[in-house]
Structure formats: structure tokens, C-alpha cells
Ligand binder design. Structure first.
Ligand code: CMC
Length: 433
């Protein structure tokens, strides 16, 4: 079979270039445009990276039209039903499901690294009481590079692995410390006898003066949400981690950059914004007014938790979380669930509205996740932090994949320059405006 290529001709100069097409294992092929500049002297233009593959990756696959999400080939639905966040973390990092022994060793190593340096813990005292937890998490993660000099050689695979285990183990401890700081309560040390999510709940909610009774329903719900948030190929925060990491920056700096990128309401900050929006809507009779606002191009209001760059169908994660809401709320004995009912009604009305139908805008992962976080007592300002804890695994897997790739180069996009042409400096006294 002949290899597929595209030929591009510059009619003005009659020069042409042949661009090779590279197939993936599934999904669209890519056109390798590297020769464009050398042979024709032009760049490609794709603001927002709508059609640009920035790298080759073997980690996660999304079919946005069919609503499919695979981690290392495994459908997210199967992992959500049968796996655990620790097992999925191993899968994303290593490429295959662990044996029982491998999983025990991996979990053991994560448990071993949960504490953070006491000096790092004192960083939180420097923050104002009402600092957003994402600000604290991104700053403290970046500061970790000042504490772990022994694992800074990014080209040493063993040091990369120790870094990976450290950050995955410590990010819940950092997140919980940010929460405790906001509450003005003492920080709670990790308990290594607990599983990943139970330990997180313990650090978030325990107080030194009385025993804390872990709710297994809450721990299971968190574990499932973390599986669904663990990775999502080249999204904005993962691409940020790759770009920062491609400079050879230390990995804590790269992950901190990812936390910052995740914070925006168009990305991971949407879960916090959804709950704010639902509270603002209040009751179902106000839905039409808010839908009209979302459709009005002169308003900055968007229906939060709706729409996705890749999914032009149901986000498979949103489907699982909506089902989960029913189960978790019932298991927690919540019968009065006005926000969940409002979200269901909003989804129903929006999915019948021509504006949303024509643009293929469906609920995304963030539409229902806040309902569950709220039900298990997580405050709204911590929602995006929860997302960051889970996504840390994906960020680390992508950073590892990039650093291990012998073809890695610094990420350096080009531009279409539309500013002034060359002009000479004018002395200040001679400037007219
Ligand atoms: N409400 C109203 N209109 C919307 C929405 C929305 N939520 N999302 C997209 N549109 C419209 C948009 O105005 C545009 O209309 P037109 O073609 O008339 O100009 C059209 O749909 C295409 O939208 P776009 O902005 O070109 O799409 P995008 O791929 O650049 O943006 C998005 C994707 C997720 C940023 C966007 O859908 C959005 O802002 N959604 C709300 C925020 C949100 O829920 N974010 C979470 C995303 S999933 C989790 C994650 O990434 O972390």
C-alpha cells in the first residue's frame, strides 16, 4: 500500500511540498507539516490548537463524536466499574494494568511518601485566611522543588519515578492543608494505614479533639470521581505541563504550571462555577432566563458545565457522574436534593434547545461533579483542587512520556505577526502623540 501524503502547491512561485500523513492506532491521522517552513517558507495558523496535534502519545484516546474515552486502551466505563484510582494511576503511568504484587508495591510506595516537610507546611501560614486553595496548592507544589534536590535529574528514570510517587502521594496532603488553613484548624497528618481517598477525607475533616469516623460511601465516591478525572489527553493543563516541562524545568514547576492552568473556569474551574450558577438560577422557572443569557453573544455568561472542545456528544464521564449522583445521594440518605434536581431539569431543557443542539453542546464532566463533592461535604472552593489531585497522575504520566522521548524538543509555537513594520526610534521631545 502506498503511503498517504498531501501535496501543497504555492501557485505564485510554483513551489510545492509533499507532506507525509502519519496514522495513529485509532482516530484521525495527522499531517506532518514540518517541511512547510523549510520548503515553502510558511507556518500553519491554528489559534486555540483546534486541529493541531502537539505531540505523539500512547496514554489516552478520546473519540469526541462517539463519546469514547480510553485510558491506555481501556474504556473509562469499565475502569469506573471495576478498578480503583490507585490501579488506574499505575495503568496511566506504566501503560498496563498491574499484577496484585505490582499494585501492592505501588500503593505501598505512595503511602510511604504522604508526609510533607514541616517547613513546607509552614508556607501555609503566609497565606491570608481567605486565599483561594488553588493559589496555595500551586505555590506549595512549585516550592517542593526547593526540598527534593535528590530527584531533580529529569533524565534519570529512577529519579523520575521517585518524583512521580512523591507528588502523587503529597498532593492530597497539600490540598488538605490548604483547606485546614482556610478553616483556621490545625493541619492533620496523613494516616498511612488508610487508602488514598480515605486518607484524604481524614486529613480534610479530622480534628485533634475527637475521633473522626470515615464514611466509606464518601471515600468510594471520591475514588470513582478521581478515576474519571485522572487523564484527558492534551487538554489545556496537560499541554501546559508538557510545555513548561519541555524547557527542562524541574517537574514540580511543571506540575504547578498545570495546577494554574486548570484553575480557569473554561477548564477545571468549571466545577466550582457550575454550583455557583445553579445557586444563582435558584429554581427551575428561572432556567429560560439563564439559557437566553447563555445564547446572547453580547453577554459573557455561558452555561457552565456545558460544551467541550473535543466531545460533540455526551461526555462519557458526565453520564457516569449523573448516575453516580443518584446512587451517592441515596446512599447518603439525602432526599432533599434541590440542586441536583435543578441540574437535571437544566440539562433536559438545554438539550431540547436548538442553540445547544446545533452546536452539539452537552453536559461535560464538571456539570454534575460538584453535586457529589457538595454531598460529601467538600466546600465549593475546594472542587477544582479535587480535580487537580486526580489530574496530577495524568500530568505526571504525560511529563514522563515526553521526557523519555528521545525526540523531545522545547515547545516553541510560532505566530502570524500583524504589528508595525520596522520603524526608527523617535526622541521623546519630537513625539506628537
Ligand atoms: N454556553 C453557551 N454557549 C456555548 C457554550 C456554553 N457553555 N460552550 C460553547 N458555546 C458556543 C460558543 O459561543 C460558540 O458559539 P458560536 O459558534 O455561535 O460562536 C460555539 O458554542 C462553539 O464554542 P467554542 O467557544 O468555539 O468552543 P471551544 O471548544 O473553544 O470551547 C469550552 C470549549 C469547554 C471552553 C466551552 O464549551 C465553554 O466555555 N464551556 C463552559 C465552561 C465549561 O464547562 N468548561 C469545562 C470543560 S470540560 C472539563 C475541563 O476541561 O476541565
Amino acid at each position: 500500500m502506498t503511503e498517504k501524503t498531501f501535496e501543497l502547491v504555492d501557485r505564485a512561485s510554483d513551489r510545492k511540498v509533499t507532506l507525509p500523513v502519519r496514522p495513529g492506532t485509532i482516530g484521525p491521522s495527522v499531517v506532518d507539516v514540518a517541511a512547510l517552513n523549510k520548503d515553502l517558507g510558511v507556518f500553519t495558523y491554528d489559534p486555540g490548537f483546534g486541529v493541531t496535534a502537539s505531540c505523539e502519545s500512547r496514554i489516552t484516546y478520546i473519540d469526541g463524536d462517539a463519546g469514547v474515552l480510553l485510558y491506555r486502551g481501556y474504556p473509562v466505563e469499565q475502569l469506573a466499574e471495576k478498578s480503583s484510582f490507585m490501579e488506574v494511576s499505575y495503568l496511566l503511568l506504566h501503560g498496563s494494568l498491574p499484577t496484585r504484587k505490582q499494585l501492592e508495591e505501588f500503593e505501598g510506595s505512595i503511602r510511604h511518601h504522604t508526609m510533607i516537610n514541616e517547613s513546607l507546611l509552614r508556607f501555609f501560614h503566609g497565606f491570608h485566611y481567605d486565599a483561594h486553595p488553588m493559589a496555595m496548592v500551586s505555590a506549595v507544589v512549585a516550592s517542593m522543588s526547593a526540598f527534593y534536590h535528590d530527584t531533580m535529574d529529569i533524565y534519570n528514570p529512577r529519579q523520575r519515578e521517585i518524583f512521580a510517587h512523591r507528588i502523587i502521594a503529597k498532593i492530597p496532603t497539600i490540598a488538605a492543608a490548604a483547606h485546614k488553613h482556610a478553616l483556621g484548624q490545625p493541619y492533620i497528618y496523613p494516616r498511612n494505614d488508610l487508602d488514598y481517598c480515605s486518607n484524604l477525607l481524614h486529613m480534610l475533616y479530622a480534628v485533634p479533639c475527637e475521633p473522626y469516623h470515615l464514611d466509606p460511601v464518601a471515600a468510594q465516591a471520591l475514588d470513582l470521581l478521581f478515576i474519571l478525572h485522572a487523564d484527558h489527553e492534551q487538554n489545556a493543563s496537560t499541554s501546559t505541563v508538557r510545555l513548561a516541562g519541555s524547557t527542562g524545568a524541574n517537574p514540580y514547576a511543571a506540575i504547578s504550571a498545570g495546577v494554574s492552568a486548570l484553575w480557569g473556569p473554561a477548564h477545571g474551574g468549571a466545577n466550582e462555577a457550575v454550583l455557583a450558577m445553579l445557586e444563582q438560577i435558584g429554581t427551575a422557572d428561572h432556567i429560560p432566563k439563564f439559557l437566553a443569557m447563555a445564547k446572547d453573544k453580547s453577554s459573557h455568561f455561558r452555561l457552565m458545565g456545558f460544551g467541550h472542545r473535543v466531545y460533540k456528544n455526551f461526555d462519557p464521564r458526565a453520564k457516569i457522574i449523573r448516575e453516580m449522583c443518584h446512587k451517592v445521594l441515596a446512599r447518603l440518605g439525602r432526599t432533599d436534593t434541590p440542586l441536583f434536581e435543578l441540574a437535571l431539569r437544566l440539562e433536559e431543557i438545554a438539550l431540547k434547545d436548538d442553540y445547544f443542539v446545533e452546536r452539539k453542546l452537552y453536559p461535560n464532566v464538571d456539570f454534575y461533579s460538584g453535586i457529589i463533592y457538595s454531598a460529601i461535604g467538600i466546600p465549593r472552593s475546594m472542587f477544582t483542587v479535587m480535580f487537580a489531585i486526580a489530574r496530577t497522575v495524568g500530568w505526571v504520566a504525560h511529563w514522563q512520556e515526553m521526557i523519555a522521548d528521545p525526540a523531545m524538543r522545547i515547545g516553541r509555537p510560532r505566530q502570524l505577526y500583524t504589528g508595525p513594520t520596522r520603524r526608527d526610534y523617535v526622541e521623546i521631545g519630537k513625539r506628537t502623540s
